[in-house]
Design a protein around this ligand. Structure first.
Ligand code: NI
Ligand code: MN
Length: 237
């Protein structure tokens, strides 16, 4: 599987004919993404929550490509209200199966809001608080990726990884809106993935973080290898 980092929490996971895009937030909405929504062709779109830095390009992409979307039930219904037809609507603990594998929604500790207007998708004033955010345990071709979503540190990351051993963990390190790189290093220890890829940092000034220092801390204290990807970079597992 190819894991392509597109900035913030957006990753494209490709295996065979499947191109699974998580949390589409692309250029020009995303200041560090190397590609626009016209330059990706997802077969599936998976969403952790409704904040604009995770779903800004979801509706347009799903309409253009017909990609099948998966999101927690309130977000899924909102996607349906936007005119998207191929939507699965699990809640936390639910698993959705595809020919390439499956995705399971797990807990994340954060908030969840959908953009209230297409004209001002980043406006908190126009936003609507909506349900719980999620993390995603994604199995593609037998390889398990745990995308933590936006979250603080919590102990049951260990339980989630015991339930389904994790090959690759995508972990937010930017702080301020999520855990910082020190809590993220503890998270890496709880999860015990073979490979850890940091995300959700250096997109905006409040979430600047030193990925090299995170890598050093994790590799000094755990058996995980940290792969730091520049936006546009790909890691193959
Ligand atoms: Ni968020
Ligand atoms: Mn976020």
């Amino acid at each position: 599987m190819d894991i392509r980092f597109l900035g913030q929490a957006c990753f494209e996971l490709s295996e065979g004919d499947a191109r699974v895009l998580v949390d589409p937030f692309l250029s020009p909405n995303n200041p560090i993404s190397p590609v626009s929504a016209d330059e990706v062709e997802p077969t599936h779109i998976l969403l952790t929550h409704g904040h604009a830095d995770h779903i800004a390009d979801a509706v347009g992409l799903a309409k253009r490509t017909g990609a099948h979307c998966v999101a927690v039930v309130e977000i899924a219904n909102w996607l349906g209200d936007q005119g998207i037809e191929a939507v699965s609507d699990p809640n936390l603990g639910g698993t959705v199966e595809f020919d390439w594998g499956w995705v399971k929604l797990v807990q994340a500790f954060h908030t969840n809001t959908i953009p209230g207007s297409a004209e001002a998708p980043f406006s908190a004033e126009a936003g609507v608080v909506i349900g719980m955010p999620a993390g995603l345990v994604i199995n593609i071709g037998g390889t398990t990726v745990y995308h933590l979503g936006d979250t603080c540190l919590f102990g049951d990351m260990k339980l989630i990884a015991e339930r389904t051993p994790v090959d690759v963990a995508l972990i937010p390190i930017g702080g301020h809106y999520t855990m910082d790189r020190h809590d993220a290093a503890v998270a890496a220890g709880l999860i015990g993935a073979g490979t850890v890829i940091p995300m959700h940092y250096n997109t905006f000034p409040p979430i600047e973080a030193d990925a090299g220092a995170f890598k050093s801390e994790v590799e000094a204290n755990t058996d995980s290898q940290v792969v730091v990807l520049e936006p546009g970079g790909t890691h193959t597992v």
